[in-house]
Structures are given as structure tokens and as C-alpha cells.
Ligand binder design. Structure first.
Ligand code: ATP
Ligand code: MG
Length: 233
């Protein structure tokens, strides 16, 4: 069996005494596009927060390329090649666009992503590099958050509700961009409540309900109605 890029086994995670993730099993292979779907509050963001050491893992394991990540923290994820585009984008309002991008490089791994390459991908960021990050529209802020994550040269890009608040035409652009990225070998873990991007982009899915995976499968085996029904169960 080949080693997964990311593998969570039986992960239990807590905020204080609140037991949120209850035995989550999930894997992502190199270059794969995987979605996690689920209703409000089922623990989707807590998966990300566990990898970043914000929620406490007590029980279970996380491996990156077969290597056990015991003490999880933001820098653990980054140094092992995981970059996150957080829910709500988290653009720092007092920093310029360029400063926001440079933040993503603070725990940079060797690789091909540079400021110039991000500006090549998103020319509107280059034009406005000295403006505050929050001067951008929602879609542009999402591109900035993606650019910031790519500055770390990740092998795995995790996006938490990236299509939230975006117009359909921007979601289409995002889909193409993410698809092109995986063609360069980057894997994607897409966390979404809205199924449009999931259906267009992901190859495999996990349905999360109340802190555990209630269903997993290949996207080609389900249609929108089936997936929606599984989420609502
Ligand atoms: N920092 C925190 N401290 C305590 N409880 C939290 C914290 N963050 C989230 N929770 C709780 O943990 C549960 C899971 O939250 P989480 O944010 O992972 O859900 P989600 O699936 O991402 O939801 P959404 O779709 O709204 O983004 C919820 O009951 C939430 O209230
Ligand atoms: Mg969330």
C-alpha cells in the first residue's frame, strides 16, 4: 500500500472539555482533491484546528507521508507541507497586500512559489500590492488568502469554506485555479457546505456529522441530491 500524504486515524479533538471530533478517519493522497462536507457546527473547521494545534488532539493519530505528527501546532503543519486558507479568509487589515503575502512565507519550505509567481497568477494583487488587504472584494481577498498559503510551498492546501460569499462566476474561476494547482502536484482538502464547488472539483468526499465521518466515497458515484441527503441525515 502506498503511504498517504495526510492520514488521520481515530482522531479525537477537544476545545477544553468539549469533545468535538469523535474518532475521525480521513486520508488525502498526493495531488488528490478531497472534500469534507457537513452541516453547520459538525466539526469541519475543528479538523483544520486540530492540524494547527488550536483544538487539542487526545487520542488518535495524524501522519504526514507516514511520519507521525505528535505535537501539533501551526508550525508543525507548515513545516510538514500543510497550508491553510482559513474560514473567513483572515486577511490582516493593518497589513498591505504584499505584507499579507509575505506572512505566508514565514515558515516557508523550499519550492517554486515566490511573490512574483503569485503576482503572475493574480495580477490584480500586484497592481494593488501597497493597498490594505481589506481594500479588496470578497473574491479578491480569497485569492489573496490562497496566494498567502501558496507562499509556504505546500504539498497540501486546505481550504475552509472558500466559496462562502462569492458570486458564482468567481467560484468558477476558483475551481479552475484549484484544478490547475493540483496538476502541479499540490493536493487539496476542500471543506465546504455549498456543494457547487465540491461537485465540480473533488474526486472523493467525506460526510462529517456530529464529529465523525458518517460516509465516504467517490464523487463520481453520487449526484447532488444524494450527497445533499447524506449531509442532512
Ligand atoms: N474555540 C472553540 N471553543 C469551544 N467550542 C468551539 C470552538 N470552536 C468551535 N466550537 C464548537 O465546536 C463545534 C464544531 O465547530 P466547527 O467550527 O468545527 O464546525 P463547522 O462544521 O466548521 O461549522 P461551520 O459550518 O459553521 O463552519 C461547534 O459546536 C462549535 O460551537
Ligand atoms: Mg467551519
Amino acid at each position: 500500500m502506498t503511504t498517504s500524504l495526510l492520514e488521520l486515524r481515530g482522531v479525537n479533538a477537544f476545545y477544553g472539555s468539549a469533545h468535538i471530533l469523535q474518532g475521525v478517519d480521513l486520508s488525502v493522497q498526493s495531488g488528490e482533491r478531497v472534500a469534507v462536507v457537513g452541516r453547520n457546527g459538525v466539526g469541519k473547521t475543528t479538523i483544520v484546528n486540530t492540524l494547527l494545534g488550536i483544538a487539542a488532539m487526545r487520542g488518535g493519530s495524524v501522519h504526514m507521508r507516514g511520519e507521525s505528527l505528535l505535537k501539533l501546532a501551526g508550525h508543525t503543519a507548515a513545516t510538514h507541507g500543510i497550508a491553510v486558507v482559513p474560514q473567513g479568509r483572515m486577511i490582516l487589515p493593518n497589513l498591505s497586500i504584499e505584507e499579507n503575502l509575505k506572512l505566508g512565507a514565514s515558515l516557508r519550505r523550499p519550492g517554486e512559489w515566490t511573490l512574483d509567481r503569485i503576482y503572475g497568477l493574480f495580477p490584480m494583487l500586484a497592481e494593488r500590492r501597497r493597498s490594505p488587504g481589506t481594500a479588496l472584494s470578497g473574491g479578491q481577498q480569497q485569492m489573496l488568502a490562497i496566494g498567502r498559503a501558496l507562499m509556504a510551498n505546500p504539498d497540501l492546501l486546505i481550504l475552509d469554506e472558500p466559496s462562502e460569499g462569492l458570486a458564482p462566476v468567481i467560484v468558477d474561476e476558483l475551481e479552475k485555479l484549484l484544478r490547475d494547482l493540483t496538476e502541479t502536484g499540490v493536493a487539496i482538502l476542500l471543506i465546504e457546505q455549498h456543494l457547487r464547488l465540491v461537485l465540480d472539483l473533488a474526486e472523493r468526499f467525506y460526510v462529517l456529522s456530529k464529529g465523525h465521518v458518517s460516509e465516504t466515497g467517490l464523487m463520481k458515484d453520487v449526484d447532488r441530491e444524494t450527497l445533499q441527503a447524506r449531509i442532512m441525515q
